[in-house]
Design a protein around this ligand. Structure first.
Ligand code: IVH
Length: 707
């Protein structure tokens, strides 16, 4: 029977059930079934990213399990899906001695070094096995924290960090909160295969880039220090003493090896991975076995460019000899095996000269130092500017003008100066001091006692206003196409934009005299400005540039107010009571509306025709019957552009749709992304309406306009 059928049967058994009316035995059998089903849905959702029931159905099952465990406390077990976050914060971590050391890897930096490694392996095997071309398995090298998970009789007993390889730290209480790590194996039917009595599974705990961004956004919203990169975020989270905190910071896990296995490990690495997969342990999906070493080399090099397409940081490819017999013959030197090597991607760092330090005024008045660099190429891009964050960053690292510095650029992150190279100093380098005055308006800068940033306190500072205009018109805000950084600065300099509302007062005759404008381009810009008047309220709220009000915060706030006027009259207490809005954000919003000029601005924008009301799709689902997709049952297949499946489902549900996972007679609509599955054929057979989502705006239109 399929998981969906199993679930339906269980749902029937549970409907109208009163826990009190059950015998202990009756309850036990239901609890067992519920746990097994909930675990399998967790696996579909977290590991396979392909849920087969709606979130609301899952929640219902989970709640039922909780109710039964409440009614029959004797049935509670540590491996129940309800027991992920349990217990009190701990005082300190216990040490954990690894039964077998966790090894590290030697590196290869190019094709030649990889080939040399392979040739050494072949020579090492020649005596015992003759001339062999051993098959290898290539895995992406995930940049996270190594973790050893010990399962005894199918239960997760210990999770420990690598530490020095011999002794690590016991972080079980934290790792239990990671939904992608099963508390019990196998997950679901064992396919007749029973798990080893004891098995140690090794892998990497890491944070996805998307989840890292969301976490940092939240930390900043809460007035806390963000993490420098996903690796630090994962390591820092694992070191938390309070599992409640860990549970709110989504971590992920991929396994890449086993330690001791009772009854012995299977004969090849490929078999190990299959065993793990069968137990329901998450594996990185791009792992590949190669018989042909040249093809492996192409695979490794191919990932240098592709790595940014992943939602997690990878810093290389780990290449491992597949057969364990061969591995045993090759053995280990120091703490690295001869049978494996890490092909490291080219560095994203380079050294260059810091020729000057400039300060930049942001839209909130924050003044931040920026390094002017001798242009240098990093990973194919020329970098001539990099952030220096703030005064302390420069002082702590003793960064001086004229220094040779290490600059790092990763993906689409702003390049940053990481450190200086003091050995390269000539004595000519100049220590730098933070300017006393705003470079744009001359107002004395302030630095508050607990803050790292300097501020220009002048709310009429032209530099701040330019940045605000740039922020207001950007794609995620009012999305005014054609009004980029350069043009908005020019319009401010010319005095054509003095308040944000002036954008809506621009006329063709203002634009035509400007260089580069003809009738058509002026007309296009004015049309884009006109179109931006209808943006949702949350976009406007974000666009206003209120401190701490990012996109997510704006969307959250708007669910609780029907117009900007209602927001203007909301107190800090009322705002603070909203889930996800802390006191800092609440006060920042109230302070903003307390400024008369800001209230005038809102009135001005409204009189120019800018939407200040909440639109129906922004409202919380229960309040609105007339959402664009109300009553529409939607199924998704394939991957949609620019959105994860979870994000897409969320957005559809907010627009009123009922998102389910399999096509049935009740399905009204199938959304088809790239690489669709069999659902497409099913929908075509059923005659269900199908929409191909090739571009994000097709999806957006569906959300706003409905079918
Ligand atoms: S194998 C003997 N495989 O890289 C094998 N390690 O530099 C030792 N890592 O501590 C590890 N992805 O934390 C292996 N697919 C992968 C890996 C991987 C990431 C990490 C691991 C290890 C470090 C070694």
């Amino acid at each position: 029977m399929s998981l969906v059928e199993d679930t339906r049967e269980l749902q029937v058994a549970l409907s109208g059930l009163e826990p009190d009316a059950l015998s202990l035995e009756g309850a036990r059998s239901l609890v067992d079934r519920l746990r097994s089903i909930v675990r399998q849905h967790d696996h579909r959702y977290y590991v396979e990213d392909d849920p087969v029931i709606a979130d609301s159905e899952y929640d219902q099952l989970y709640r039922r399990l909780q109710e039964l465990e409440e009614a029959f406390p004797e049935l509670k077990t540590a491996d129940s899906p309800t027991q992920r976050v349990g217990g009190e914060p701990i005082d300190d971590f216990e040490k954990h001695e690894h039964p077998e050391p966790l090894l590290s890897l030697s590196n290869a930096f190019d094709r030649t070094e990889l080939r040399e490694w392979y040739d050494r392996c072949k020579r090492g095997l020649a005596d015992a096995f003759g001339a062999v071309e051993p098959a290898v398995v290539a895995e992406l090298k995930i940049d996270g924290v190594a973790m050893a998970l010990t399962y005894k009789n199918g239960q997760l007993e210990i999770a420990a960090t690598r530490g020095n390889g011999t002794v690590g730290e016991n972080v079980t209480h934290n790792v239990r909160t990671i939904h992608r790590i099963p508390l019990r194996i196998p997950v679901g039917a064992s396919n007749g295969q029973s798990p080893p009595d004891e098995i140690e599974i090794r892998g990497e705990v890491f944070m996805r880039k998307s989840e890292f961004d969301a976490l940092n956004e939240r930390l900043v919203d809460e007035g806390k220090q963000p993490f420098a990169n996903p690796r630090n975020a994962a390591a820092g989270t694992l070191r938390q003493l309070d599992p409640q905190v860990v549970a709110q910071r989504p971590l992920s896990f991929f396994a890449f090896a086993v330690g001791p296995v009772s009854g012995g490990a299977p004969p090849t690495h490929d078999d190990v991975l299959q065993l793990l997969n069968g137990l329901g342990i998450p594996l990185e999906e791009h792992t590949k076995r190669f018989e042909d070493f040249e093809a492996l080399l192409d695979f490794c090099e191919g990932w240098v460019e592709r790595r940014d397409s992943l939602d997690y940081e990878v810093d290389g490819v780990v290449v491992k000899i597949d057969r364990h017999e061969y591995r045993d013959e090759l053995g280990t030197i120091a703490d690295a095996p001869r049978w494996a090597v890490a092909y490291k991607f080219p560095a994203r760092e380079a050294t260059t000269t810091l020729t000057d330090i400039e300060v930049n005024v942001g839209r909130t008045g924050a003044v931040n130092p920026e390094a002017v660099l001798e242009p240098v190429e990093i990973g194919g891009v020329t970098v001539s500017q990099a952030t220096l964050h703030n005064e302390d960053y420069i002082v702590d690292r003793d960064i001086r003008v004229g220094d040779t510095v290490v600059v790092k650029r990763a993906g689409d992150v702003i390049p940053q100066v990481v450190r200086t190279v003091p050995d390269a100093r000539t004595g000519e380098e100049e220590p730098w001091t933070f300017p006393d005055e705003c470079p744009a308006c001359g107002t004395p800068l302030v630095r508050l006692p607990d803050e790292a940033d300097h501020f220009c306190p002048n709310s009429e500072c032209p530099a701040q206003f330019k940045r605000l205009v740039e922020h207001f018109v950007q794609r995620d805000a009012m999305d005014i196409e054609g009004l980029g950084e350069k043009l908005s600065y020019r319009l401010v300099d010319l005095g054509l934009i003095e308040t944000l509302a002036d954008i809506y007062r621009l006329r063709e005759e203002d634009l035509l005299p400007l260089e580069g404008f003809a009738e058509k381009s002026a007309h296009n810009l004015l049309t884009a400005i006109e179109a931006s008047k209808d943006r949702p309220l949350s976009r406007l709220l974000f666009a206003l540039g209120i401190q701490h009000v990012g996109k997510t915060v704006a969307e959250t706030v708007v669910k609780h107010v029907s117009s900007i006027h209602e927001l203007a009259d909301t107190t800090a207490e009322e705002l603070g009571a909203i889930d996800g809005i802390g006191p800092t954000i609440a006060e920042s919003i109230v302070d903003w509306f307390a400024v008369p000029e800001n209230r005038d601005l809102v009135a001005d924008l409204e009189s120019e025709g800018v939407n200040v009301q909440r639109q129906s799709h922004e409202a919380p689902a229960e309040e609105s019957q007339d959402l664009p997709l109300a009553g529409v049952t939607v199924v998704i297949t394939g991957s949609l552009p620019e959105r994860s499946r979870a994000e897409a489902s969320d957005a559809l549900e907010r627009a009123g749709a009922n998102v389910t996972s399999s096509v049935s007679g009740n399905t009204d609509l199938l959304l088809v992304g790239a690489n669709p599955g069999s659902k497409l054929q099913e929908a075509e057979e059923q005659g269900t309406q199908v929409i191909e989502v090739e571009r994000p705006d097709t999806f957006d239109r569906l959300l706003t306009d409905g079918l």
